[in-house]
Design a protein around this ligand. Sequence first.
Ligand SMILES: NC(=O)c1ccc[n+]([C@@H]2O[C@H](COP(=O)([O-])OP(=O)(O)OC[C@H]3O[C@@H](n4cnc5c(N)ncnc54)[C@H](O)[C@@H]3O)[C@@H](O)[C@H]2O)c1
Length: 250
Amino acid sequence: MKNVIITGAGIGIGRATAKAFGAAGWRVILTDVLETEGAEVAAEITAAGGAAEFHFLDVTSTEQADAVVAAAEKAHGPLDAVICNAGIAHKVPLDQMTDEKWDHTFEVDLKGMIRVIRPALPGMKAKRAGAIVCVSSIMGVAYGWDEHVHYSAAKAGVVGLVRGLAVELARDGIRANGIAPGYIRTAQSLSPVHSLGEPGLKAAAEFIPMGRVGQPEDIADVILFLVSDAARYLTGQTITVDGGLLVGRY
Ligand SMILES: NC(=O)c1ccc[n+]([C@@H]2O[C@H](COP(=O)([O-])OP(=O)(O)OC[C@H]3O[C@@H](n4cnc5c(N)ncnc54)[C@H](O)[C@@H]3O)[C@@H](O)[C@H]2O)c1
């Protein structure tokens, strides 16, 4: 059985990704700061006949990331895939942008990824196999997002992260790719304070060529593809999954 670790897997895109991997026969090492939600998702996967376990992991802690990866490897062997999904998108106008607010977003959205990838690499290298997927955003690959400059910058950083990882790890048999979701219906996008809220999502559906905002499962299935053998020659890319938004004309 292959092992995948997923960050921020208690709700939203991470939850859908955990369930997709569980249904596809992977052992899911679910992690999040949301303990109740994370444990519930693990229980749902197990009840459906899959294999899953929840570990508390705040991706701003190197110590926790090292410990969770070590515990998973001790119990189940090297990881086959790492999905860096945990993220925050706090609205901060530039005149309120302190170093602390900037750094916090980078600690979660960008540095939080390398913290989890790093301890998984020796095991993957030893097996000469592995796949990494990091969640960027259309706000990182194409759009600027006003009052979320730190978020756009961190998500653009994810594109560079996967390029660098892909090249350095290619000869170890490890692939690294990113995914840039468009507007996906989750707690993050539904927040009226930090993001679009329900009215904003409804308005967005009007100008998305496919006529609807995305569901978490629309992203989860592409993450599963990126990790699969079907994507064996694909590395260093960040794939936009947005219902045609960026190529649309509006
Ligand atoms: N929803 C969208 O429209 C959209 C679009 C583009 C990109 N994204 C990205 O997709 C990813 C998932 O977001 P979502 O929309 O499912 O949002 P969400 O708010 O539903 O989920 C985010 C998850 O990250 C976790 N998280 C936050 N801080 C953490 C920390 N310090 N340590 C560990 N986990 C932490 C949360 O607990 C939660 O489980 C994020 O990286 C987000 O930026 C979302």
